[in-house]
Design a protein around this ligand. Sequence first.
Ligand SMILES: [Zn+2]
Length: 269
Amino acid sequence: MVKNTLMQVWPIPAFDDNYLWCIHDGQSALIVDPGDAAPVLQYLSDHKLTLTGILITHHHADHTGGILALLDVLGSHIPVYGPAHIDIPGRTQAMMEGDQLTIAAPGISFKVFEVPGHTLTHIAYFANMQANVEEPMLFCGDTLFASGCGRLFEGTPTQMSQSLTKFSVLPKNTLVYCTHEYTLSNIRFALAVEPNNANLINWANTASKLREQQLPTLPTTIGQELQVNPFMRCDQAEVIDCALRVSGEKSLPSPAHVLAVIRAWKDRF
Ligand SMILES: [Zn+2]
């Protein structure tokens, strides 16, 4: 049998709408944000994969709840990477802005971004193209969603705006592995902000068809989000006009102010 060394990424559905992403080369696997251990153990067993690492983006239970059970069953030698500035049960490797991590099996390297907003200590993992990674990949947790962004539980609109700006300069073909299937409701809101965005209207049709077939709408790409995601378009005229209308303000001095208005509107939409 020829060993498949190209990296693959598959969603493991959990809870109502979470995706636990499994990155593997046919033999060794990493899991991103295992909120629940049971579906991960089932997936690893079904596909005869060995878990060699766990990547955590932020401390919420639906992203961390399965860590200790996975270590219990599969061995406490498995490294757990997570944000440095908050306690994550089971974390062994504390990650900060600019850190590089390389995992020997499957052979893959990531760069770490600190992306406060949804939480203050949220991080994201970016894998650029490398020997066995054909397209760049971003594991962004609950910071960026397809056509939306995470709720601001801890951070400010300015922090979220800066975090999304870090993503916006990544290669446009970067595959974005968001951790929730929120796409259709995000699209409903995005259409309220930008009813005339032709790319968004097309995407609404495509995404509806995917969900009718119970298929994931993810991964998305950075290029796609720059075209359809109002939270990554806070410098665009139609998004600014909408924010002015919703807020009743005469002017909004920065994209972060625009983001603040539309994020608050989304919270009550
Ligand atoms: Zn969260």
